[in-house]
Design a protein around this ligand. Structure first.
Ligand SMILES: [Zn+2]
Length: 554
């Protein structure tokens, strides 16, 4: 290991720090120097990462036996046993004292679907028209003739001088909200962050803000484009037990009832209120906006079945040789949607791509570190979190109860739904420009003759939809990237033309299963990238920083 390396990287960082506050532009010569300085002795580790082993892990984790890996299920037990066996086999130590586990106390709430939403003299059906639930940890939550108010995007963003709740009191009322944000609606780059979704566009934010405003009910209007997924995803994800944290206040500060209606129902409701949905939607994108929906009221009763359970985050560490208290943390969620016994035929949501690939990648990258002739100076920790599909719960719990102090955590590298459709010329970074981790990635990608590209679907707000977000929220620079849209060659482009529509339709579906059609060579390149970034960070003593424009701070 020669001195020059950190210096070279340092110069990239310094350049970034004193440049404008756009994503740090990696200095080409410094990058080339850093690449040339890649120590040879990581080659064996680098090359140990391969498709065969990843396929083995995916086949096990996404097998029907693992039953879709629902939290607090037999699938959880089998997954944790598998991770323990695999990490012990590559010499990793328990990461939480003498345990590989961090308990995550969960409460599951399952709303019975025999409900109807009554508005304007009509009963809307659960499933085809709407989905409703309650996060309140009580058996019965209801809306009784609750007045409907349309609040546009339901955003209260002082930094954008925008407040859809301005001038109204929604206490005891039910707010109707559009999904995504005005920037997406107008495609105006000067509005919010234009096409790139802000956290204000996420469904989680809509319910959080409606609750802060004291509303009794909150109903989001589903439209496929702004939501970036179809009504089926809403139906599948909202049905069945919904997990949350056990809370002393029983979530009383949350709206009593929260849910979605599809756009056809919304259009009908606006007409009933003497309004026009398209016009109201257009007004909502022009500035802070809200309007009463005539004398329409909503009534619905949500009967919750409450179950308390404990799930687990899995944590394993390779202690550093010089700074063992400083850690690089790799994450991937091990959980998926489980098994739906009400289904005919196939009942298992195997979650092969989402996220048996990422969980398998944790093991593969860990093995690469274990093969290093010289162990890293800093510690390398692998954290497989639970209940990501339930709202990033495992990572949120970890962030609220960090086993490794945030101040001692150098960076987080998250892996979720790796590429299964071959190699890419580019590496897409979700949240590009957020931090100096982009530098490290640029250097490592160069070695693979790959370039860095931005978020391929900024409108979907992916940076807020996986476990790195919890780390970013406690100030730890977090990287979430994978092979981008530029197919490496014609054969790969042809494979993608065939495979991508299937992969898209299988997102959170029963058909997210391992296929021999998959090409994991792109995933291998990405794992090698993540390994190299972590390896560099584990030896260079640097503390990557957030960029000035980032909404996150160390
Ligand atoms: Zn996932």
């Amino acid at each position: 290991m020669n001195i020059k390396l950190p210096l070279a990287l340092l110069s990239v960082a310094v350049l970034a720090a004193c440049g404008d506050n756009k994503a740090p532009e990696a200095d080409a010569t410094a990058v080339a120097k850093a690449v040339a300085n890649t120590p040879a002795d990581i080659a064996a580790s680098y090359d140990s990462i391969n498709t065969e082993q990843l396929i083995e892990h995916v086949k096990v984790l996404a097998s029907d036996e693992f039953a879709g890996r629902a939290p607090s299920s037999l699938g959880e037990k089998l997954t944790l046993e598998y991770l323990t066996k695999e990490f012990e086999a590559v010499g990793f130590k328990p990461g939480n004292g003498d345990s590989f586990l961090q308990e995550v106390p969960l409460v599951s709430l399952e709303a019975s679907t025999d409900m109807a939403l009554s508005i304007g003299g009509k009963d809307y059906q659960y499933g085809p028209d709407m989905v409703m639930s309650s996060s309140r940890i009580t058996e019965l939550s209801e809306l009784k003739e609750s007045e409907l108010v349309f609040v546009g995007y339901g955003v209260n963003a002082p930094e954008y001088n925008w407040n859809d709740y301005e001038g109204i009191d929604v206490k005891g009322k039910t707010v109707v909200i559009l999904v995504n944000d005005p920037g997406f609606a107008t495609q105006d780059p000067a509005l919010f962050t234009g096409n790139a979704m802000t956290y204000y566009g996420r469904w989680t934010y809509k319910y959080e803000e409606a609750s802060r405003q004291g509303a009794e009910g909150a109903i989001i209007v589903h439209e496929t484009a702004p939501a970036s997924y179809g009504w089926d995803v809403v139906k599948n994800s909202w049905s069945g037990p919904q997990f949350g944290f056990q809370r002393d206040d029983l979530n009383k500060d949350r709206v009593a009832v929260e849910g979605w209606v599809n756009v056809d129902v919304a259009t009908e409701l606006f007409a009933k209120a003497g309004l026009d949905f398209a016009t109201a939607k257009a007004n909502a994108a022009k500035g802070s906006y809200n309007v009463d929906m005539g004398d329409l009221t909503a009534s619905v009763t949500v009967k919750n079945t409450i179950k308390h359970s404990v799930s687990n985050n899995f944590i394993a560490t390779l202690p550093g040789t010089e700074n063992p208290d400083e850690h690089i943390i790799y994450t991937a969620h091990w959980d998926h949607l489980g098994t739906d016994i009400t289904k005919q035929g196939d009942q298992v949501y195997n979650g092969a791509r989402d996220n048996a690939t990422g969980t398998g990648a944790l093991i593969e990258v860990a093995e690469a570190f274990s093969k290093l002739p010289q162990k890293p100076k800093r510690s390398i920790t692998f954290l497989a979190v639970t209940a990501e599909e339930q709202g990033l719960l495992g990572s949120k719990f970890y962030a609220a109860n960090p086993v490794i102090p945030a101040a001692k955590t150098v960076a987080n590298i998250n892996m979720d739904a790796l590429n299964v459709n071959g190699k890419s010329k580019d590496v897409a970074v979700y949240g590009l420009g957020q931090s100096q981790l982009d530098d490290y990635l640029t250097v490592a990608a160069k070695k693979q003759d790959r370039v860095i590209s931005g978020d391929p679907s900024p409108a979907a707000g992916i940076y807020y939809r996986s476990d790195h977000f919890a780390f970013a929220n406690i100030g730890i620079p977090a990287l979430y990237a994978k092979g981008g849209a530029q197919a490496a060659d014609e054969a790969t482009a042809a494979l993608r033309a065939k495979l991508d529509p299937i992969l898209k339709s299988c997102y959170h579906g029963l058909c997210d299963e391992y296929s021999t059609e998959w090409d994991l060579t792109g995933a291998v390149e990405d794992m090698q990238l993540f390994f190299e970034v972590g390896y560099k960070l584990s030896n260079d003593g640097a503390w990557p920083q957030w960029s000035k424009t980032s909404e996150f701070k160390r």
